[in-house]
Design a protein around this ligand. Structure first.
Ligand code: ADP
Ligand code: MG
Length: 255
């Protein structure tokens, strides 16, 4: 399997009131093309910071992050912006959907901003609508963002993260604010996207979500303490075993 993301000795330090907070300490891991990986760990352990720094959203203090072999810290600002827009999709906790746009217009915004395709606005809307249909929210295209439920909005966020057909999606607790049913639906969407070839790196607190991933990294105090490989999720019949394996592992880690 080809490596899509390689992280070497990543450190991130915040300085607040002259106090130095070493949030990430020499974190190293690689993600292969086509993998879906969950990042777990206690609150405040650095999971969101990890996602922000490896996706080029936030600057690292030291270390190296390469996307398809290209060192992101050596890229020019607009080169990095283009990489992020064209090759990466983002589903973050505070998903900033614009209030004065419809759901569909929010979804196609990354496509409108990108030069990746020469499609017309109409074609981009068509693609946005197809994604919405795929995600079961096809009839909400013209709704405002305050006219849909949390689960529907989160599916709209997934549609938006997909609109430029990214190679890799970064998701920070994509199911964090959802009830159990919506959480399962959103997780299954991510699993489906992954089975179609999209690489996924997601932070989650939910072992039911992580149990469907190929691999789980466990972060404590800014370092990867351990990881477990569960292999590809093949369907509901294997879920109980996967959950048991994962939960035993998490318990040993003090989760
Ligand atoms: N922008 C920031 N400025 C200063 N400190 C931050 C910032 N973002 C996060 N931190 C600190 O980094 C640590 C890890 O935060 P975070 O990555 O959000 O953890 P997690 O997502 O695992 O809960 C916390 O101590 C937090 O206070
Ligand atoms: Mg977080």
């Amino acid at each position: 399997m080809n490596t899509i993301l390689e992280v070497k000795d990543l450190c991130k330090t915040y300085i607040v009131n002259k106090h130095q907070n070493n949030v990430l300490k020499n974190v190293s891991f690689t993600v292969s093309e086509g993998e879906i990986i969950a990042v777990m760990g206690p609150s405040g352990s650095g999971k969101s910071t990890l996602l922000y720094t490896v996706s080029g959203m936030d600057e690292m203090t030291s270390g190296e992050v390469s996307f398809r072999g290209k060192d992101m810290s050596k890229m020019k600002k607009d080169e990095l912006a283009e990489l992020r827009l064209d090759e990466m999709g983002f589903i973050f906790q505070q998903m900033y959907m614009l209030k004065n746009l419809t759901i569909l217009d929010n979804i196609i915004l990354p496509a409108v901003r990108s030069n990746k395709s020469t499609a017309s606005r109409k074609e981009k809307q068509q693609r946005g609508l197809e994604l919405m249909k795929k995600l079961g929210i096809g009839d909400l295209a013209d709704n405002d963002i305050n006219e849909v439920s949390g689960g529907q909005l989160q599916r709209a966020c997934i549609a938006r993260s997909m609109v430029n057909s990214p190679s890799m999606i970064f998701a920070d607790e994509p199911t964090g604010a959802l009830n159990r049913t919506s959480s399962e639906e959103v997780t299954d969407e991510l699993i489906r996207l992954n089975s179609e070839g999209t690489t996924v790196l997601m932070v989650t607190h939910d072992s039911r979500v992580a149990a469907k991933c190929d691999r789980v990294l466990y972060i404590v105090d800014g370092s990867i303490k351990d990881e477990i490989s569960l292999g590809k999720y093949t369907g509901p019949s294997s879920l109980r075993d996967r959950e048991r394996t994962l939960n035993n592992w998490l318990m040993d880690l003090g989760w």
